[in-house]
Design a protein around this ligand. Structure first.
Ligand SMILES: Cc1ncc(COP(=O)(O)O)c(C=O)c1O
Length: 346
């Protein structure tokens, strides 16, 4: 069966241009810093984000982890939203690999409030607490519906964190979806951050990898942690060549994914699904199924039997993500399949 795959934007396949670039990439040993294609990616990412330096890492998870390790010593604390990917979906690595204490923030509407920051923050000088030194912010926010942060609100919360003496790391797995949504500049966000992690492997279409960006000394520390975690690779230019195309040429296309997601949300609402509303839709659509549909896992299985792949996001919560491998026809077909299921259950 030919499937249409709305599970995630991570299922994208490299484009022809990426495959050609990978085949002809100039390479060297990146652990020695000798891979010219990786170095070009570093320079490009640093210039694009307006930060001093960048580092190619295996995944978004590794990018976030080396960033936390580079900012926090063991026994220190990081403020994280309890709906964030770093908190929920990275295998608890901050606690069990970095030895850093995650402090919870309410980020159910994307950005945490200043109040939430202040209530979780633990200052230096009290033996009872892990000193809080870092705040992580996710943009776009996956669990909050792919919500992009407005630059002004982002600045306000970052300024409050700075006033508290905190460093700021941005999980910008999909930061260019935020940029595509607002038509602004990624520097509107990075200007207030000490580091950012950007996934090349999602809507931008590269087969693997992320870049982390920050100051030169931050990147030096991150390089050491990357090595310690087994992420020092050799002729990585093969993969970085695709990453370079992702970052340089694929940002502009993310607006198509947003258009497709909006059409999908509208079609599913018309078909009677309880689609979660969002003030700013990027490439994600979340909806909740009713009692009669069974649990989300059973619902997803039924969809797969009809050729539609979608994701479980909770006991009764479903996620669909638009991406490079899907067009308007895929959206129409998905709506048709889901409409048909909706009719059958009535
Ligand atoms: C918001 C966010 N951050 C980080 C990651 C981790 O990226 P990776 O799967 O490359 O480890 C993801 C993955 O989906 C994500 O959605």
């Amino acid at each position: 069966m030919k499937y249409i795959d709305f599970r995630s934007d991570t299922v994208t396949k490299p484009t022809e241009a990426m495959r050609a670039a990978m085949a002809s990439a100039e390479v060297g040993d990146d652990v020695y810093g000798d891979d010219p294609t990786v170095n070009e990616l570093h320079d490009y990412a640093a210039a694009l984000t307006g930060m001093e330096a960048a580092l190619y890492v295996c995944s978004g998870t590794m990018g976030n982890l080396v960033s936390v390790m580079s900012h926090c010593a063991r026994g220190e604390g990081v403020l994280m939203g309890t709906q964030s990917h770093t908190w929920k979906n990275e295998a608890g690595n901050v606690a069990f690999l970095a030895g850093v204490m995650p402090y919870p923030l309410d980020d159910s509407s994307g950005l945490p409030s200043e109040r939430s920051l202040k209530s979780s923050y633990q200052p230096k000088g009290n033996v009872h607490y892990a000193n809080t030194v870092l705040l992580t912010l996710e943009n776009t926010h996956n669990a909050a519906g792919g919500l992009p942060a407005e630059a002004g609100q982002f600045t306000d919360i970052a300024a409050a964190a700075r006033d508290m003496g905190l460093k700021i790391h941005v999980d910008g797995a999909r930061i260019f979806n935020a940029v595509a949504y607002f038509g602004n500049d990624v520097k509107d966000y990075t200007r207030y951050a000490d580091s950012i992690q950007i996934c090349l492997s999602k809507g931008l279409g590269a087969p693997m990898g992320s870049v982390v960006c920050g100051t030169r000394s931050f990147v030096e520390r991150a390089r050491k942690y990357r090595k310690a975690l087994g992420g020092g690779q050799r002729q990585t230019g093969i993969a970085a060549a695709a990453g370079l195309i992702a970052l340089r040429d694929m940002r502009g296309r993310l607006a198509d994914d947003h258009k497709n997601a909006a059409a999908l949300a509208e079609g599913l609402t018309e078909a009677g699904y309880d689609v979660e509303d969002t003030p700013r839709r990027t490439n994600m659509v979340y909806f909740n199924i009713g009692e009669g549909d069974g649990d989300a896992a059973a619902f997803v299985k039924k969809c797969a039997e009809r050729g539609l792949l979608i994701g479980v996001a909770g006991a009764a919560r479903i996620r669909m993500v638009t991406h490079l491998g899907l067009d308007e026809n895929s959206v129409d077909r998905a709506i048709e399949i889901l409409k048909d299921m909706s009719v059958q259950r009535q």
